[in-house]
Write a protein that binds this ligand. Structure first.
Ligand code: FAD
Length: 401
């Protein structure tokens, strides 16, 4: 069965649904503990930048759309804005080989697949206190954003991605490109791009249905029908969760030596810091075993450089579209996850072994990239966990005693 599913769309991940399922619960437990540690639970983001594509008028006024930020006084001094602006911006040396492009409030390096917030901007948010779940943010505002994201999948040789064209005022009925049409295309890079964004969409939908607010009873509970409608009835969407998890795990596997020597010792006690490293070590081991994404298949054609530049430009646009999400909590998690996936792409498509060497390239990733990568992997691992829970609920409701 595994082979049947994998012929065609997931050619880059080989037969690893089963492999991932066999470690899924261990991976989820380890990540769940890790994202609760001080280093990984605080994410700094500028959530109030202007939407660069259209005048945003779809603000969600539901209480659940709001977030609470953390007072900087509670954040370790070395992470505060003043200190960060000294250490997070690249050194003169780095500037020479890695050109920085600045825009108001954000920047990107040539090697980046996303826009990063300037270190002087933004606030700290406690991700544990602001969980990704149902908020009530819905059509037409949410559809407009999804439509703009899927539009970025349409790139071709002659197109210039930045500045992007304005999104159309109206939203068509079908927001995403037809997956079958995607498969018919020859270009693997476009299929991967589509899979990444469709997988993000599926994972977000899974969390919304898992922690759903029942307006009749006033309680939070899993909503099976929501899951069936948005995910369960679409096997291709389910596959994209696996696809993204494997892609992220491959990045963590390649980053193993770098992450193992990264400085996490800035937060809690000696024991807490040792525990952070220990959990990370376990996750890297799992990533070595099942992170079987083959990045060498990407950007291998003659026009690879042109295509990679377009791919990068378009994914950067996706990260900027997050500024157009009209619900603070959705925007926060949208930023975390697009930054996490962009970090994985940089590791897989841009950096060779020498660049990944922690001794020669100590400042390879800034803290928010590391935090986003691990939290995004946790989001996908939690989605796989939720899929199993929904299966259990379905069986309990449908099987005779
Ligand atoms: P949507 O999920 O909006 O989908 C619209 C259309 O896209 C569907 O009709 C279908 O044609 C297509 N589609 C759906 N899923 C896929 C897929 N996986 N692959 C390909 N095509 C697909 N809401 C919350 O409650 N909490 C959140 O944390 C949250 N975060 C969000 C983050 C972002 C970045 C965005 C853009 C939206 C977020 N939302 C969130 C809104 C949520 O994603 C939905 O848009 C909303 O719940 C309305 O859902 P819907 O059923 O109308 O379909």
């Amino acid at each position: 069965a595994c082979k049947d599913v994998l012929t065609g769309p997931i050619e880059t991940t080989e037969c690893n649904f089963e492999a991932l399922d066999s470690v899924g619960s261990e991976l989820f437990q380890q990540l769940h503990e890790l994202v609760g540690t001080p280093f990984f639970r605080y994410f700094r983001a500028d959530l109030y930048r202007e939407c660069p594509f259209w005048q945003e008028n779809g603000f969600c006024m539901n209480r659940e759309c709001g977030i609470t930020t953390v007072d900087e006084a509670h954040i370790p001094e070395r992470w505060r804005a003043g200190a960060l602006s000294k250490v997070e911006m690249p050194s003169e040396d780095e500037l020479n080989w890695n050109q920085i492009n600045k825009l108001p409030g954000c920047y990107y390096r040539d090697s980046d697949f996303c826009f990063l917030d300037s270190s002087a901007e933004g606030e700290y948010i406690d991700l544990i206190e602001n969980p990704e779940r149902f908020t009530g943010y819905a059509a037409p505002a949410a559809h407009r954003v999804w439509h703009a994201i899927y539009q970025e999948n349409c790139f071709g040789q002659s197109e210039v991605a930045w500045p992007p064209s304005k999104s159309p005022a109206s939203v068509p009925d079908t927001l995403s490109p037809n997956p079958r049409a995607q498969e018919a295309e020859t270009c693997i890079e476009k299929r991967v791009f589509y899979r990444v964004i469709s997988g993000l969409h599926t994972s977000i939908s899974t969390h919304i249905c898992m922690e759903h607010f029942n307006q009749t009873t006033g309680t939070w509970a899993p909503n099976l029908q929501c899951f069936i409608d948005r995910v369960g009835a679409h096997p291709d969407r389910l596959q994209q969760i696996y696809f993204n998890t494997v892609l992220l795990l491959r990045a963590v596997s390649r980053l193993g030596p770098y992450l193992s020597t990264y400085d996490y010792c800035s937060t809690g006690t000696h024991e807490e810091d040792a525990q952070t490293k220990n959990l990370l070590g376990n996750i890297i081991n799992i990533a070595h075993r099942v992170g079987k994404f083959d990045e060498k298949l990407m950007f291998a054609r003659e026009d690879a450089n042109v295509l990679k530049q377009q791919f990068k430009d378009h994914f950067r646009n996706v990260t900027r579209i997050m500024d157009c999400v009209g619900c603070d909590k959705c925007r926060l998690w949208g930023k975390v996850q697009t930054t996490g996936v962009a970090t994985a792409m940089k590791v897989l498509f841009e950096l060779d072994e020498k660049a990944l060497d922690p001794h020669s390239n100590r400042n390879l990733l800034i803290r928010s990239e590391v935090v986003a990568l691990i939290n995004t992997l946790h989001r996908f691992a939690e989605s796989l966990h939720a899929v199993n829970l929904f299966k259990g609920i379905w069986v309990a409701e449908h099987e005779p005693y």
